[in-house]
Unconditional design. Structure first.
Ligand code: ARG
Length: 402
């Protein structure tokens, strides 16, 4: 059994109980490591330290990974227009690999022989934590106390009181929520009935479209090599673009996703997400690619995108196929430069204009006006040969056969 474990610490009830539980039951020293990917507010740092210390951690650290998360993970997901099953921008799935990188690094610094997480046995996150850990350091053990301890939420609330861990938790929690700068994932409660419409109360990043401003507005997003670099002509870091865009887009009631998805462990699960900035950025990026990518590259990329989204979802961020597919995507992004004009209306966000200094749109080829220089005479023979095989079939065997 491990002697010292670095625990992925959220500061919530389960991971706080896990600190003391690991010491008492598995005789393990616990280092609490909270990795900030946009879910921790400045005011929460003190409470996180206080709880981890009260629970008996031998060390506590809060690591600010916000810029790194944006620059090394979200940028690549965006270049690949990553949407799992065509809808979910992989909010939780993308955060796990950066969190694990820090856990593994922390284990090295603290001389730990294991990392730990607070995921249940039914979800995807256990897969992501464990697969990434074993790829990054095959010698580390992975501990998953919540998967084995058999405690209910009420038991945990009781233990927190008994062990003097300062935590405001109630025995009943309506939703399970995971969030970071790419969006929020909401599960449980009434949402477990896939026929029930999601109530308004769990949403914090998006307004209902009926409360959106009635005046439409426009946002101009600038991209270089497929990565957002400016908003309305003002250069900004990727992280600040993601953060500021979320508020603007969310206020118009755009960014909600309601779906039943396929978990890696074989369960169909009803999930509700709110992802205003990630969905707006993907939409803009896809639109810019429409003008910048050569046709065959664009078509092949769509196939690769589906695979990348599945790999991210299934915990394979650090697997060798992932870096090979990302190399393909990076190559496609070399000329994805330019601007996209997004329009916001209540409940809607859509592209109304795009321009690119490296784009492939050729006005003289496209126009029906006077400066048309398309070679019309080339078309007749091209079209005849294009359909020749099917025409031959039709004469002999098909609908044209007598
Ligand atoms: N279903 C999402 C995923 O697997 C979100 C998981 C975490 N969600 C939660 N509400 N705790 O990526």
């Amino acid at each position: 059994m491990a002697q010292r474990v670095v625990l992925a610490y959220s500061g919530g009830l389960d991971t706080s109980i896990a600190v003391r539980w690991l010491r008492e039951n598995w005789d393990c020293e616990v280092v609490c490591c909270a990795v900030d990917v946009g879910q921790i507010t400045a005011g929460e740092h003190e409470a996180i330290h206080a709880r981890a210390n009260a629970a008996g951690a031998v060390a506590v650290e809060i690591i600010d990974a916000r810029d790194e998360f944006a620059d090394r993970f979200l940028s690549k997901a965006l270049q690949a227009n990553s949407l799992y099953e065509g809808k979910y921008p992989l909010v939780s799935a993308l955060s796990r690999p950066v969190i694990v990188e820090h856990l593994v690094d922390s284990a090295r610094r603290h001389g730990a022989d294991a990392v730990g997480h607070g995921c249940t046995g039914k979800g995807n996150d256990q897969v992501r934590f464990e697969v990434s850990t074993r790829i990054l350091n095959p010698d580390l053990e992975v501990l998953a106390p919540t998967r084995e301890w058999g405690l209910t939420r009420a038991d945990c609330v009781e233990l927190a009181a008994k062990w003097d861990i300062p935590i405001e938790a109630t025995a009943e929690k309506i939703y399970s929520i995971d969030e970071n700068m790419w969006g929020r994932a909401i599960e449980c409660g009434v949402l477990e009935n896939p026929w029930s419409g999601a109530p308004e109360d769990p949403y914090t990043l998006t307004r209902s479209s009926k409360d959106a401003p009635s005046e439409p507005t426009e946002i101009v997003l600038g991209f270089e090599q497929g990565i957002p670099v400016s908003v309305d002509g003002k250069a900004m870091t990727l992280r600040s673009i993601i953060e500021s865009l979320g508020e603007r887009v969310g206020s118009y009631g755009f960014g909600r996703v309601d779906m039943v998805e396929n978990r890696r462990v074989g369960i169909k699960s009803r999930e509700v997400y709110e992802c205003p900035s990630s969905l707006a950025l993907i939409l803009a990026h896809q639109d810019l690619e429409g003008i910048c990518l050569e046709r065959d590259v664009a078509r092949e990329k769509q196939r690769v995108e589906i695979r990348i989204a599945e790999m991210i979802y299934d915990g394979m961020w650090h697997a060798p196929l992932m870096s090979a597919l990302q190399a393909f995507v990076a190559d496609t992004q070399r000329h994805v430069n330019g601007e996209v004009r997004l329009r916001l209306e209540p409940g809607r966000c859509f592209a109304v204009g795009r321009r690119s200094p490296t784009g492939l749109y050729d006005h003289n080829l496209a126009t029906y006006g006077n400066d048309d220089n398309f070679r019309h005479e080339d078309s007749a023979g091209f079209v005849r040969l294009w359909g020749l095989s099917a025409q031959t079939w039709s004469r002999r065997q098909g609908p044209g056969a007598k």
